[in-house]
Design a binder for this molecule. Structure first.
Ligand SMILES: Cc1cc2nc3c(=O)[nH]c(=O)nc-3n(C[C@H](O)[C@H](O)[C@H](O)COP(=O)(O)OP(=O)(O)OC[C@H]3O[C@@H](n4cnc5c(N)ncnc54)[C@H](O)[C@@H]3O)c2cc1C
Length: 416
């Protein structure tokens, strides 16, 4: 079999490993190479800010496949090896050691990297980011000696890490530029729930905070200074200020990039036989009628199936799942289905007990459900996804009434 029959996957994390699995499940029996620059075999990241960080999940639980899976499925897994270039004309990728690997079909699953802070002191020791398993190990270790932490950024990573820090008995101050945590993603109504949650767990939340510098002594962070002069002492500073897609390879190869690698609903890039999936893909979503880049686990789990099918020439392969994500913080677990642009809704209605943190929230525009979030309420997310998918108007009062089964709303929406 020649290299032109090979499927090559760049990025050996969730999307890359799932793509290898899907290619084999879809019947591809040619050469399959999975290349990743991390030294660990593919693992999942959600536990790194939750169970694994808190010491509840064992390391073995984070991996996508058992170690022998790759050999058993004839997957040539090359770890600790960066791909440095893609040459679409020659149909090959170049590795950091100078070797070249030819491909018939190429999948880019290069994911994303934490955005770095552009302030003085950001390079000090004990300024920690969270993306890789070794980052989680370092933060876990810091929780052993730290009595005070400053967390910069009240997004998902910042808040989950804060919850883990509190569980370890660390005092936490969270600094956020916006007025509330998660304001852009959730809007004011539900963002408030997360602010209350953390305050109730003793977190010092500071909104509208402008970081001026991270201060240090003996080369290690010892606190932060805000632009209004406020000084906050800390034994460790944890930064969670968002991520940027790893588009370098694609960009240098001349692929179309725009907030990620731009792909169609089949996850094909602007170049023949090159595909992208997971955090790095800005994919056309048929349900929403536009391109979106989803930085969440479920997307990296499911997109590879479509990518694999498209790589194998299946004409009906289209990715149109309703975006989904989840979080766990303290005793709050939630799932979210749908997609709302910042400020892109006209009301949020609730079903259940918001103060008791056991409810469903619905984001509506013109009485259509754009998104739903179930908080400490289970086995309803399929209905929420179906409500989003139908995109038909529903009666907001019925959404709020716990006596009205969600299935019945679905049926009435479908029959309009
Ligand atoms: C701490 C943490 C907690 C999270 N929790 C949740 C959660 O609760 N819920 C949720 O929905 N989502 C969560 N996420 C998001 C979710 O983990 C990501 O969406 C998912 O990891 C994306 O997978 P991916 O395979 O597309 O990319 P990544 O996981 O970023 O993997 C890409 C891989 O490619 C490698 N790579 C990049 N460039 C190259 C190159 N040139 N050569 C070789 N290899 C390369 C990278 O090093 C990396 O190993 C969390 C993320 C983090 C970091």
């Amino acid at each position: 079999m020649s290299a032109n029959d090979a499927c090559v996957i760049v990025g050996a994390s969730l999307a890359g490993a799932k793509a290898a699995q899907a290619l084999r499940e879809e019947g591809f029996d040619g050469p399959l190479v999975l290349i990743g620059d991390e030294s660990e075999r593919p693992y999942e990241r959600p536990p790194l800010s939750k169970g694994y960080l808190m010491g509840k999940d064992a390391r073995e639980q984070i991996y996508v496949h058992p170690p022998q899976w790759y050999a058993e499925h004839n997957v040539d897994l090359r770890l600790g090896m960066a791909v440095t270039a893609v040459d679409p004309a020659a149909r090959e990728v170049t590795l950091a050691d100078g070797k070249r690997v030819g491909y018939g079909k190429l999948l880019l699953a290069t994911g994303s990297s934490p955005r770095r802070l552009p302030v003085p002191g950001a390079d000090l020791k004990r300024v920690l980011y969270l993306r890789r398993v070794e980052d989680s190990d370092q933060i876990k270790e810091a929780f052993q000696f730290a009595s005070r932490a400053v967390v910069i950024g009240a997004g998902w990573i910042g808040l989950e890490t804060t919850a883990a820090a509190r569980a370890a008995g660390v005092e936490v101050t969270v600094l956020e530029m916006a007025e509330l945590p998660l304001l852009r993603v959730l809007g004011r109504e539900v963002a408030q729930v997360f602010a209350d949650l953390h305050r109730d767990h003793g977190v010092d939340l500071r909104f509208g905070a402008q970081l001026a510098e991270i201060t240090g002594s003996a080369g290690a962070a010892d606190g932060v200074r805000l632009s209004d002069g406020t000084r906050i002492d800390a034994d460790v500073v944890i930064v969670g200020v968002g991520i940027t897609p790893n588009i370098g390879l694609a960009q240098e190869a001349g692929l179309e990039v725009d907030n990620g690698i731009r792909v169609d609903e089949r996850l094909s890039t602007s170049y023949p036989d090159i595909y992208a999936a997971g955090d790095v893909a800005n994919a056309f979503h048929p349900l929403l009628g536009k391109h979106i880049r989803v930085e969440h686990w479920a997307n990296a789990l499911h997109q590879p199936q479509t990518a694999a099918q498209a790589m194998l020439g299946q004409q009906d392969a289209v990715y149109d799942r309703v975006p989904y994500f989840f979080t766990d913080q303290y005793d709050l677990g939630m799932e979210y289905a749908g997609y709302v642009e910042p400020g892109g809704y006209d009301q949020v209605v609730f079903r259940g007990d918001v103060a008791g943190r056991e409810f469903i929230a619905f984001w509506l525009a013109d009485n259509r459900v754009l998104a739903g979030m179930n908080v400490n309420t289970w086995d309803v997310n399929d209905e929420l996804q179906a409500l989003v998918r139908t995109a038909h108007p529903v009666d907001a009062h019925m959404l709020t009434d716990p006596q009205v089964p969600l299935e019945s709303l679905l049926a009435s929406a479908q029959h309009r």
